[in-house]
Design a protein around this ligand. Structure first.
Ligand SMILES: C[S@@+](CC[C@H](N)C(=O)[O-])C[C@H]1O[C@@H](n2cnc3c(N)ncnc32)[C@H](O)[C@@H]1O
Length: 271
């Protein structure tokens, strides 16, 4: 089994995505989606951004490595009555069956960053976008003090070292790495821009309940707890993450959680 796929088919990312829907819609509204725009959503999960883009009239193809999320996205699109939002299994490092220059916009929100071989990922994104089209990525930033970067950082301290040659997905949150990857794929430096943006995780329960969802359904956190359990440190990990979720929560209502997390928004105008 491909370990990249196994990680994301583990648990059920839909349960986490439920806390990201509003921010997904807000993000999509900033993209200038127009009717008939051909959009590829890479690492689309169950459609947090794909579905709102289709609702705005774009023709969307969502590609994801996790078969359970492709099925969930398909079901959500069907329930929304959308015929312009398709989901397909695929790997962002090697987009089989997708023709060159076939999209106006490629979007990847915390998706393609998790694929192996980042230079291949950049090359594939540039290959499938039309000349002058846009690639927009949202990437978590290493060592950022907000939620996701901290979850991943804390979790790594409880996990075995990654295999040799492993390139951390978080390197997609570092401008120099992004520049290196897209210029190697043929993009021009002056057509690559960056800004900091934010996604808010909203949950209808306290922060410890949101943490429970991560512990039970988010592959990377599930793996961290499994690894911590092997060294009898699962309680320490739970304590550290519990403190993090509580500290970051900005909701004044104790039955609600609202945690903003900063990411790097990358825009590339295709060569
Ligand atoms: C953090 S989730 C984000 C999902 C979605 N974009 C969202 O905002 O809800 C990461 C997604 O990337 C997908 N993914 C990871 N590696 C991938 C790869 N090599 N190719 C395509 N998708 C991948 C995972 O299956 C998962 O759906």
């Amino acid at each position: 089994m491909n370990p990249n796929r196994a990680l994301w088919e583990k648990g059920d990312f839909s349960r986490i995505a439920a806390s990201m829907r509003e921010s997904g819609e807000e993000f999509v509204h900033k993209l200038g989606i127009t009717k008939g725009l051909r959009v590829l959503d890479l690492g689309c999960g169950d459609g947090t951004t794909a579905i709102p883009m289709a609702k705005l009239g774009a023709d969307v193809l969502g590609v994801d490595i996790a078969r359970n999320l492709v099925a969930a996205g398909h079901q959500r699109a069907k329930e929304a009555g959308l015929t312009n939002c398709l989901f397909r299994e695929g790997d962002a490092s090697h987009l089989q069956g997708i023709e060159d220059r076939s999209f106006d916009l490629v979007v990847s929100i915390f998706g393609a960053m998790f694929a192996p071989r980042p230079f291949d990922v950049a090359k594939e994104m540039v290959r499938v976008i039309r000349k002058g089209g846009r690639i927009v990525m949202g990437n978590w930033i290493p060592n950022d003090p907000t939620l996701v970067a901290q979850i991943l950082k804390i979790s790594s301290a409880y996990s075995p070292p990654p295999p040799e040659g492993f390139v951390s997905p978080m390197t997609w949150g570092v401008e120099n790495h992004v520049l290196e990857r897209f210029t190697a794929a043929g993009a021009k430096r002056e057509n690559i821009s960056f800004l900091k943006d934010s996604f808010t995780f909203r949950w209808p329960g306290g922060p410890s309940e949101l943490l429970d969802a991560f512990r039970n359904f988010y592959g990377p956190t599930m793996n961290a707890f499994e690894a911590a359990g092997k060294t009898n440190r699962a309680n320490d990990l739970a304590k550290e993450l519990g403190e993090l979720f509580t500290l970051q929560n900005q909701s004044p209502n104790k039955f609600m959680t609202s945690i903003p997390a900063t990411f790097l928004r990358v825009t590339v105008i295709a060569p």
